[in-house]
Each structure stands twice: as C-alpha cells, then as structure tokens.
Design a protein around this ligand. Structure first.
Ligand code: 3HC
Ligand code: NAI
Length: 693
C-alpha cells in the first residue's frame, strides 16, 4: 500500500488498483481528499499493470459528502467537478465500493464511477437540500438519468437516505455484496469487468430516462403543487426542481452549467448559511464542557412513568419504540385505561397509515405495563414524573418514589415551569434528580430539554443525553428557571402578541406575519390548538383578558369549534367577526388608544424580545451556547430552519438593531423591554452571539 497523501492510499491486487479514502470521521471530500484522489486516479490510469480500479473507504462510511466546513471559504486546490471528470474519463473500469452512507458529493463521485457495488446496510442519498443547497457536483443531472425523473425529484428534494436494496432495484447500485465482504466483492466485480471487457459506462451518456420526461412539464407542475406546503419558504427545493428540469430539457453539459449557477446562488444566500449552522448546532448540543464523553452512565433497562395523561402516554411511546420496557403508574383505573387506550390508538393509526405492522403494535403494547401503585416502580432505572403541574403533588410523588425506588435510580420530572431544585429537595437523592422536559406530542416532537438542577450529578446528565439519543431525540442541556429556555422565550412572544392586539392588530394579522416569517402557525392559532382554557376556570374568570372573555363564551379553541378563530369541519381557521367584536369592545372598555400597526412592527415586537430573553438565558449560564437555544427553537417550536434560530437571526439582522429597538420600547412601555447586559455588551463591541464561546 502506498500513501498518496495522509488521507488517500493506492495499492494493487493483481491487475486491480484499490484507492482507499481514510479521512475520519465521515471521509468528507476535503481539499486533501480531492487532491489525493485525483493523484491516485491519475497514477492508476497511467499504470500499465492496472486493468481496473476500485474506490473504497475505510472507517464507518463511504464518502458522506463535500466537506461542509469548507463552504463559504475561498476554494482550495482541485475542484470536486474536476476530480469527477478525472474519474469518469478514466480509460479503465472504475468500481465504487459503498458502505455506510454514500451521501451528497460522495454519491455524486460514485455516480462518476462506471459501476457501483454496495453492502446491504448502505444508504444512498443527496441530502444537500437539508443544508439549503442542491447537489452541485452533477447529482441533479446524473441521478435522474439512472432512477428516472420522478424518483430523482423525490430523492433530491427530500434528501432522504435510500436503503441499498431499493437502490439496487432502481439500478443505482449494480451489485449487492455480502455484508462485511465489500472489498472482496468489489475486487471480484472489477476482475469480472476486465474479463468480460465490460464497457466504461458513463451515467452522463444514458439519456433514455430524461428523454422520456421531455415534453411533460406537468410532471414538475404536479410535483410543485403536491409539495407546496412542505417547501414553503425554502429556496433550495425549487432550485433542485429547476436543475432536474434542466436535466430533462438541456444537453448534459448545459444542465451541468445550470446546476452550477443555481448552486452558487444558493450558496451565497442566507438560507444555506442558516441551515448549515443548524446542522452543526445540532451536533454541538451533545458536547457539554464539564461532562466529558467518558463520563460514566447509569444503564437504563426499565423505565417508569408516573401519570398517563397527554405527556405521560407520549413519553412512554418513545421508550416502547426503542424496545425499552415501561411501567406506567396512574392514580385512578379509569385514567390508566384511558391513557393506555390512547397509546394503542396512536399505534393503530400509525399502522393504518402503513408505517408499522399490526405485529409491531402488539410488540410495543407488550412493553407497556400499567399499574396503580408506585411500588411497581421499585426496579426501574429511570422514573419520569408527568403528573399535574402542581408543586405539592409533584413533591409528594418524588418523596414517595425516593422511598420506593432502588438506590442509583434516576428521578426525572417533566415539569414545564416548576423549580426542579425544589422538587429535588423533596428527596434524599437530589444528585439523582433531573428535569426531562418533553414537548407535546411527546412521541413526535424531537426536542428534549434536559434540565440540570443545582445538585444533579454528571453521570445522571450523561445518562439523560445518551438516552435521548437512543430514543431519537435532540437533547439540549438547560438550567433551572421559569420555563427553562424554550417556554421562557415563548412567553415573551406571547405577551407581545397579546399586547399588539390591544394596540390595534388583529390576531390573524399577527399570525399571518409570523407564518410568513416561516412558523408553521402563529401564536393565536397555537393557543386555539392547545385550548384557551388551559389554566382557566369558570369560577374565577373575570373577563379581564380577551382570552377569558372567549372562554366565558365557550369559545375555548379548536376543540369547541371556535376560539380566536372560527373553525369549519376541516378545522380550517377563519378570522372571526365575533372575536373581532370582542376585541373592539375590550379595547373600548380598557380605553387603549388603537392605531395602525405595520407588519414590520408585529414581527419585531414578537421576535426581538425573544432574542433579548435568549441573551439573558445565556448571560445567566442557563444554556451552554447560543446555538443550543437555537436548537431548542428549531426542534420544539417550529422556528424556520432557513432562519437558523432566534439567536442566529439576531446575529444576522444585527444585534445593534435589536438593541436599538429594545431601548426604544423600554422608554415607551417599560422595563419588560430592558436589554440584557450581554446584548448591550455584544452590540457595543460589534460582536455576535456566535462569538460567545
Ligand atoms: N462535512 C464536514 N463534517 C461533517 C460532514 C460533512 N459533510 N458530515 C458529518 N460531519 C462531521 C459532523 O459535524 C460530526 O463532527 P463532530 O464529531 O465534530 O461533531 C462528525 O462528522 C460525525 O457526524 P455525525 O455526528 O452526524 O455522525 P452520524 O454517524 O450520526 O451521521 C452522517 C453521519 C449520516 C454522514 C451525517 O453526519 C450527515 O448526514 N452528514 C452530512 C451529509 C451531507 O449533508 N452531505 C452533503 C454535503 S454537501 C455536498 O456534498 C455538496 C455537493 O453536492 C457539492
Ligand atoms: P394531564 O392532565 O394530561 O396528565 C396528568 C396525569 O397525571 C393525569 O392522567 C392524572 O390522572 C395523573 N396523575 C395525577 N396525579 C397523579 C399521581 N399522584 N399519581 C399518578 N398519576 C397521577 O397533564 P399533561 O399535559 O400530561 O402534563 C403533565 C406534566 O407535563 C405537567 O407537569 C405539565 O406541565 C408537563 N408538560 C405538559 C406539556 C403539554 O403540552 N401538555 C408539555 C410539556 C410538559
């Protein structure tokens, strides 16, 4: 074996040259990899003894894409497309040997090989769209030539990872190798190609599938229409579609040119920067400076849950889905029965949609055991409390659990707002108490706020983070404080949304501005969905807020067919003249001056106070880094990914601008708008949240 450079090796087995990439962690196409591969291919092509070439990777995966860390920096060394030309034009058969994930630029390189062999566990995909880009090294031109236009549209705009057997069925992979025997299989394939003098098959030359779609613009029109909701606000999916249109309507080289232009446009835009930031932010959250990766963890083989309501049921499903047995304790038999039947109904619905089998439903239900006594939790390694949001009830549950469960078991609370320290103090094991704040619906939402109380031990934190990964969540470590990170910031937005309505905006104006910004729904639609009567009681209601008035009129949100909005049978919200009248009367009664409010003010008033609150959270050390707060908002509250997150967005628009507005509002409306010291400091120093390390 000869090292071409530190990341590429070239060797020969008989008449077959083997080029090996070894660039951990994911063999991304960095300048060194591109350079080494180019040289290795040139050498192998020139070597008289070599009759065919195998391209293979060491480590856990084939090339997983371009090196995203290079984006936005001046280009170095040979370009990816030049490397691809070298591979595709090699005058000897080139066989790409795939394992792990052949993604993005990795798959594009493989598409320039003449043949592809893969082990069954391989997944192939062009996930660039997820980082605000399009496959910019020929993927949009070559993939449709193999898999056809419809499949290419689906794969490229979803970025999904397609399993090897499906790739083989579509012709994207020529041969499946036995698991663990990729190298031998690729070598055998190469020898066969030589022996049979197989042609140097170039994907670029195979036009039948793109020609079949020529003259059928409806394919694209229908695809756009069917996916309009999913693509709303994102620039990359449309650019991907245009590239595939170019593959259909233009000769290959011109299609490549179009792909390049659109790629460069996306790369320059703010959306791809935001989405790449989100990609890395979601990988940073796992890194906790004082809880290193080698921190010991507590094995979690059995989980207990207290409360089978909205949250308890959803939380239980996460563990059952991961094959972890769960015991759920309820206070009353009816509540337990209801909780378990809701879980079953959820699974059955999933099965009805074809996303699991009837057998899977039963398997999961078998992992869930109901109980009416906390004593049944004695053997659990982790118990998550999800009873009513009431400190006395929670403390009582923790006190009892502490006496029942084995030493070393972790006690977690799902509280949304209550003080985790106070709950921990109800036990003799505060170091084993932690907050695990799931989001509703808990079986669907990816976010988990892991709440570190004053005494929570590091192994308990490490266990929680590891467990989150196991059940497919993105965990963010936060400190104790009213509403932690997410709800604390949400409260700012909610307060301003309500105040804007009193000042002259209508709920649907506020919702429209925020949905145009990119949220899936606005604050008033969200309130209607959650139910306006959360925390409301008829007895104590005094018509003191618009919300109270709505509840008093039995307009309690979607569930009663009316709230801020009127709803039809499909739950489509319509601005309500009744609500409008309630608001007008309310404003008249309160004597508030009503004025015209611009969309710009609505947006700034809803968003800037959130950014300011995020700054306070950072300054108080309740979040490790600004990007962690962004991960909370991206995964828990539908913040549009193409806007990075509230803190990224603050940096993007300029912290001096945010600060100026906060000061202006403080002078008009009071100290709720007082700027955080961190925001003041960063703005003065012309720095960003991203600079705070
Ligand atoms: N460039 C640079 N670094 C990358 C990377 C890439 N393409 N892909 C992953 N990494 C880094 C991660 O940041 C992480 O670093 P860290 O350990 O310091 O945090 C490390 O590799 C491991 O990544 P994961 O934690 O994500 O590991 P997993 O095993 O969970 O997942 C993966 C592996 C499926 C490959 C996943 O990392 C992934 O999806 N990567 C991105 C793939 C992608 O988007 N490729 C397209 C790139 S754009 C492109 O190719 C443009 C071209 O068309 C021109
Ligand atoms: P819920 O009212 O739907 O469920 C609570 C369940 O706990 C009820 O079924 C009740 O019978 C049971 N319960 C009460 N006392 C009990 C006891 N001593 N022993 C056993 N079971 C008992 O409430 P929900 O919405 O599930 O909330 C639970 C917790 O989760 C609260 O702390 C809440 O703040 C938090 N939370 C709620 C979210 C939401 O969107 N609903 C989101 C995130 C957290």
């Amino acid at each position: 074996m000869t090292a071409v450079n530190d990341v590429i090796d070239l060797s020969r087995e008989g008449e077959i040259a083997v080029i090996t990439v070894n660039s951990p962690p994911v063999n991304a196409l960095s300048a060194r990899v591109r350079e080494g591969l180019t040289e290795a291919f040139r050498k192998a092509a020139a070597d008289g003894e070599t009759k065919a070439i195998v391209l293979i990777c060491d480590g856990k995966t084939f090339i997983a894409g371009a090196d995203i860390t290079e984006f936005g920096k001046p280009p170095v060394g040979i370009g990816l497309r030049d490397l691809e030309d070298v591979i595709e034009c090699t005058p000897k058969p080139v066989i790409a040997a795939l394992h792990g994930t052949a993604l993005g630029g990795g798959l594009e390189v493989a598409l320039c090989a003449h043949y592809r062999v893969a082990v069954p566990s391989t997944k192939c995909g062009l996930p660039e769209v997820n980082i605000g880009l399009l496959p910019g090294a020929g993927g949009t031109q070559r993939l449709p030539r193999i898999v056809g236009v419809e499949m290419a549209l689906d794969m490229i705009t979803s970025g999904r990872h397609v399993p090897a057997n499906q790739c083989a069925a579509m012709g994207l992979i020529d041969e499946l190798a036995p698991e663990g025997r990729l190298r031998e299989a690729a070598l055998a394939f190469a020898r066969k190609a030589v022996a049979e003098t197989r042609p140097l098959r170039k994907v670029r030359d195979s036009n039948a599938k793109v020609e079949a779609a020529r003259g059928h613009p409806e394919i694209f029109a229908n695809f756009r229409k069917a996916n309009a909701r999913r693509f709303r606000g994102f620039k990359a999916p449309e650019a991907c579609i245009q590239c595939i249109e170019a593959a259909v309507n233009l000769p290959f080289d011109e299609g490549m040119k179009r792909e390049r232009e659109l790629f460069v446009e996306l790369q320059k835009g703010s959306q791809s920067k935001a989405q790449q930031y989100a990609f890395f932010a979601e990988r940073e959250v796992w890194k906790i400076p004082d809880v290193p990766v080698d921190t010991p963890t507590v094995p979690v083989n059995r989980v207990g849950i207290v409360g089978a309501g909205t949250m308890g049921g959803g939380i239980a499903m996460n563990f059952a889905n991961a094959g972890i047995p769960v015991t759920i304790v309820e206070a009353k038999p009816e509540a337990l029965e209801r909780g378990l039947s809701v879980i079953r109904r959820n699974y059955v619905n999933t099965a009805r949609k074809g996303r699991m089998t009837g057998g899977d439903v039963e398997k999961r239900m078998e992992l869930l055991k109901g109980s009416l006594t906390l004593d049944d939790l004695a053997n659990c390694d982790l118990i998550i409390e999800a009873v009513f949001e009431n400190m006395d009830i929670k403390k009582d549950v923790f006190r009892k659990l502490d006496a029942i469960v084995k030493p070393g078991a972790i006690l977690a609370t799902n509280t949304s707002y209550l003080d985790t320290n106070e709950i921990a103090r109800a036990t003799q094991r505060p170091e084993f108490v932690i907050g695990l704040h799931f989001f509703s619906p808990a079986n669907v939402m990816r976010l988990l706020e892991v709440v570190r109380a004053d005494k929570t031990a590091n192994p308990v934190i490490a266990t929680a983070m590891q467990l989150a990964k196991r059940i497919g969540k993105i965990a963010v470590l936060v400190g104790v404080g009213y509403g932690f990170a997410g709800n604390r910031m949400l409260a700012q937005r909610q307060r301003e949304a309500n105040r804007l309505v009193l000042e002259g905006a209508m709920p649907w104006d506020v919702d429209r501005v925020l949905t145009e910004f990119g949220f899936p729904m606005g604050p008033f639609q969200m309130s209607d969905l959650a139910g306006l009567d959360l925390g409301w009681s008829k007895e104590t209601s005094k018509s003191s807020t618009i919300r109270e008035v709505l509840c008093e009129m039995d307009r309690r949100g979607q569930k009663t067919g009316a709230g801020f909005y009127d709803y039809d049978e499909n739950r489509t919200p319509k601005p309500s003249p009744i609500t409008a009248k309630i608001i007008e009367d309310f404003r008249a009664r309160s004597g508030a001056a009503v004025r015209q409010i611009s969309d710009e003010e609505i947006l700034e008033r809803c968003i800037y106070p959130m950014i300011n609150e995020g700054a306070k959270i950072l300054e108080e050390g309740k979040a490790i880094r600004a990007s962690d707060i962004d991960v909370v908002w991206l995964n828990g509250y539908g913040w549009p990914r193409y806007r990075g997150g509230p803190m990224w967005y603050g940096d993007f628009i300029g912290l001096d601008k945010v600060l100026a507005r906060m000061r202006e509002w403080q002078s008009q409306m009071g100290d709720e708008f007082k700027a955080s010291a961190l925001l003041e400091r960063l703005a003065a120093e012309h720095r960003t949240f991203g600079d705070v390390k």
